[in-house]
Design a protein around this ligand. Structure first.
Ligand code: ZN
Length: 310
């Protein structure tokens, strides 16, 4: 039986300030903070998850905020841009909103779709992609349903070996190549959100990991049984996956693809309501069971976060 990912589960980036990231992604862009936890591999650092109010796969941007981390450089071996979908009729609203917050942007188009190109406070590249759709996001603060971010549109990959990364998207992840021009190869996966993946054909600069760069991109698996099949397939194609890791909200396997980008396969279940009521997602510091005994230490160590809606 063939395996096909539905698309992006989440994109995880490194930043310098937890509060500034909360202010930007929630306060300015209107995403919900759906989980406030720690980096399980390095628990003195937060792991903040933003998305729709349920934290659905395909809507998630996540962050490791660490004040002392040197700035990185966006380039090969990384995801270059996270692309967010909005109804095309809302782009006028978003131009005004970015101006109101003094966020510089450029307007253009990619494969015929209108796009606003801008950066977050750490320099992470973001696209607001105007798509023709009846689907709407969720109202939040000053952002109405007609304008709200619907979820991820996709991502731009900056591979050090673009054609080999294209092979991985096609032969391993089961995506379909749907367009190619002088700058990008576009692939489509089967899901409704986070399903259009672009590979830059001529990325220019070598990436350097650090604040203001993407750490990894995760692709959706249906459940743990499917994740184990993905793991087998990764090995069959000559790559080296990690063991299955318990991320509390999903199970995950990681591997480096040939273009040096860190890929993760993550299960849709159990999701973010596994340890917190749906209407309280993101309100409390949540720790996995194996770190709960050290809660006092983490609460002292991690900076307080204040949700603010301008
Ligand atoms: Zn991840």
């Amino acid at each position: 039986m063939s395996l096909v990912t539905k698309g992006i589960h989440h994109i995880t980036s490194m930043v310098n300030s937890a509060q500034r990231t909360l202010d930007f992604y929630s306060g300015v862009l209107g995403l919900r903070l759906v989980k406030k936890t720690v980096n399980f591999d390095r628990p003195e650092v937060y792991h903040l998850y933003f998305g729709d109010s349920a934290g659905a796969p395909g809507t998630l941007l996540t962050f490791f905020p660490w004040a002392n981390q040197p700035h990185g450089r966006i380039g090969t071996g990384q995801v270059g841009t996270a692309r967010l979908a909005v109804p095309d009729v809302s782009l006028g609203f978003w131009r005004e909103r970015l101006k109101a917050f003094d966020i510089p942007f450029q307007a253009g188009s990619v494969f015929g779709e209108p796009v606003l190109f801008f950066e977050d406070p750490d320099g992470l590249r973001l696209d607001l992609v105007g798509i023709q759709t009846e689907t709407r996001g969720e109202a939040f603060g000053a952002i109405g349903r007609e304008q709200a971010i619907i979820g991820l549109a996709g991502a731009v990959l900056l591979s050090s070996q673009p054609e080999r990364t294209a092979d991985v998207l096609r032969d391993l992840l089961g995506m379909e190549e749907i367009a190619r021009d002088k700058g990008r190869i576009r692939f489509r996966s089967s899901g409704e959100k986070g399903s259009l993946i672009d590979i830059a054909i001529h990325p220019e600069i070598r990436g350097l990991m650090g604040a203001g760069t993407v750490h990894h991109i995760a692709w959706r698996a249906k459940d743990e049984a499917e994740l184990l099949r993905w793991r087998e397939r990764i090995m069959e194609q000559g790559f080296t996956p990690t063991e299955v890791k318990n991320r509390n909200y999903f199970e995950a396997v990681y591997f480096k693809e040939p273009g040096e980008i860190l890929f993760e396969i993550a299960t849709d279940p159990p999701g973010f309501a596994v340890d917190e009521a749906t209407d309280e997602l993101g309100d409390h510091l949540m720790l996995p069971p194996w770190l709960e005994s050290e809660r006092d230490r983490f609460e002292d160590l991690l900076p307080a976060l204040e949700p603010r809606t301008p």
